[in-house]
Design a binder for this molecule. Sequence first.
Ligand code: BGC
Ligand code: ZN
Length: 367
Amino acid sequence: MQAVAVTPGEKNSVHLTELPKPRVDEIPDGHGVLVRVLKIGVDATDREINDALYGAAPPGYDFLVLGHESFGIVEEVGPAVTHVVPGDYVTCTVRRPGGSIYDRIGRSDITSEEVYYERGINLLHGFLTEYFVEHSEFVVKMPVGLKHLHVLAEPMSCAAKAVEQIYEAQKRLQVWEPKVAYVTGAGQIGLLATLILRLRGLDVYTLARSPKPCLKAEIAEGLGAKYISTQDTSLSELVEQTGKADLIVEATGNSEIAFESMKLLGHNGAMVWTSITGGQRRVEVQSDHININWVLGNKLLLGSVNANRRHFESGIADLALGEVTYPNVIEKILTSPVHGLDQYNEMMRLLVEDRDALKVFVEVAEG
Ligand code: BGC
Ligand code: ZN
């Protein structure tokens, strides 16, 4: 069967390769789930892997199959699988356990080891192929009524984890009643975080560069948030209007803005960084200013990566609630389909060049 791969360490090496079709009994003890791939989403991570910024092939291979945002239909299950049956729509978690205590308790998303194993990213082949087989522990059922949101389950899980981590961490305050949230960046993670925070009843301000009217603004406002173009409104003007934020989700993919937006957080606030920035950018920061404000304001900055099964499930539940609360808005994120695995060059072109592409995804098969 066909698969889209890169040669890690070699820039622009995306190509088509062949793999044997996997079998359900490759997974021990009857826990295998064989999935026929329908759609696979790609994001900045795939772009940066193709730019050779990171990414490693599985041992014994000189290529890495891409694709970590999966959506498919179960074709066959092993005898020990209970939560999905053939015909179910499913997605999969991305990270697989290493050896740390967190990995052993089912929290590989917070592994304490430097080496991490992620399908389509690091040391494990991804899903951008025709079939994959997976241990049932990592297979998450998608309700049939959310079929049209397919590849959004994985980015949604990352947004769900980021917001959950903030609420968990803020238990340090005993009482925390956040009202104003800023989301910096209106890519897929920014917009999905906007949705989650709106469903929690916050006043959400979603900040991005593009001036209105634009699709990002249409989606953010469709979700009941206020869209702020940073070309029209300066950050200090915004803070004057709203007061400093109680909570910030940073999702611009720009480390300079990540530091810059630390100024926007109010006392006792919490900010989560979600962007993976594979580059070498260096900026000057007002370190005294940040330091004193952070200390005098008891502020919190945390990083959040990946997501485990629990975050997929809460993310999928929020997609369902989002659909009935803001009908037909979330699907507008799915801007840029590419038809067929052999269109991998077009897939990369959209990722690199198309500034309006919120979500590039490959339609691998009908279903
Ligand atoms: C993926 C996460 C992954 C992270 C770091 C993101 O693009 O969605 O699942 O943990 O990259 O590799
Ligand atoms: Zn991703």
